[in-house]
Design a protein around this ligand. Structure first.
Ligand SMILES: Nc1nc2c(ncn2[C@@H]2O[C@H](COP(=O)(O)OP(=O)(O)OP(=O)(O)O)[C@@H](O)[C@H]2O)c(=O)[nH]1
Ligand SMILES: [Zn+2]
Length: 302
């Protein structure tokens, strides 16, 4: 049996690239079109894009997925296994930078247990007089996140992003228009053509075919071609877990006077104290309060 990586799933077929010691042997090799063994269906398991699998070849040059190797993670939207890095894109303009939305994405990423890379895009549109990008970069780096500033138009920061993606399966997340496709194209010259061909062939956008594919970078990185976290609701998150998704709260939350402190109004709350002392960013704390209210409200309605 051979070891491989599922790079695409479509209409009951899985496209598998051979692996050796966990690495694609040659990026040039075409993927083998495989069916999954019937046993998976019986057990209610379906192979996912991103899965490492054992597969065998059949006489007609196709293959059979025989076994799914253990997953390190499993995303639901998009359905991809073994994603370990989320790239969060936020443009400085068009659309305007929203720290509220950035913090919301970060909550989802902490909850999913992924590493995050924040990309502040469209640097070329930033006012020269205004150092908002540098300021946001500094603030989030202080919390412990990695931040890169990019411009796909000018090629700024794109090599740095590409280096970071090496050896990972990543998802790109961000509002419409922040420059996800442009950044991917900047990382992978020649990609535009390929993706437009694929979308023509599959009629993506016109049909409802659920189709996810991994884009292979030439440095051993893979990026899911479907943006992640498209629906940023808090349905899968318990309200008591929210504060743990604000990683800089952890240092203080353990020392609050009350166990199970919600950090909203309790006396002796160390998180509130840290916010008042300017150690925790006021905007981060405000977003915590807003998300908390939003989650309570959702629970009431569902
Ligand atoms: N000035 C400038 N414009 C950019 C940059 N990156 C992307 N754009 C423009 O922003 C618009 C949206 O870019 P896309 O790459 O399509 O954004 P997206 O996030 O993939 O958008 P969706 O497909 O809607 O999710 C396009 O008109 C791009 O030309 C950049 O670095 N600088
Ligand atoms: Zn507290």
């Amino acid at each position: 049996m051979l070891e491989g990586l599922i790079v695409k799933a479509l209409s009951g077929y899985y496209y598998v690239k051979p692996l050796q010691d966990g690495n694609i042997i040659s990026g040039e090799d075409p993927a083998v079109q495989c069916r999954a063994r019937g046993i998976f269906k019986k057990k209610g398991i379906s192979p996912l894009v991103g899965d490492h699998v054992m597969y065998s070849l059949t006489e007609n040059g196709e293959g059979t997925v025989e076994e799914i190797l253990p997953r390190s993670s499993q995303l639901i939207r998009p359905p991809v296994a073994n994603v370990d890095l989320a790239v969060l894109l936020f443009s400085v303009k068009e659309p305007d930078l929203s720290l509220h939305l950035l913090d919301k994405f970060l909550v989802h990423i902490e909850h999913a247990g992924l590493e995050a890379l924040i990309c502040l895009t469209k640097q070329d549109l930033a006012d020269a007089s205004d150092d908002i990008l540098e300021q946001v970069k500094r603030q989030y780096e202080q919390i412990g996140y990695e931040v890169m500033i990019t411009s796909s138009v000018e090629g700024t920061g794109t090599e740095q992003v590409k280096d970071r993606l090496a050896g990972h399966i990543s998802v790109f997340s961000g509002q419409s228009g922040v420059g996800k496709s442009s950044l991917l194209n900047a990382l992978m010259p020649g990609l535009t053509l390929e993706t437009s061909e694929i979308s023509l062939r599959l009629g993506r956008g016109r049909h409802t075919t659920r189709h996810v594919e991994l884009i292979e970078l030439d440095n051993g990185g893979y990026v899911a071609d479907t943006p992640g976290f498209s629906q940023l609701d808090f349905l899968e998150l318990g309200v008591e877990e929210l504060s743990t998704c604000f990683r800089e709260f952890a240092l203080y939350a353990d020392n609050c006077k009350f166990r199970g402190c919600s950090h909203l109004h309790e006396p002796g709350c160390r998180v509130i104290q840290a916010k008042e002392d300017g150690i925790i960013l006021a905007s981060r704390y405000e977003h915590y309060v807003e998300f908390f209210a939003e989650m309570k409200d959702k629970k009431r309605r569902y």
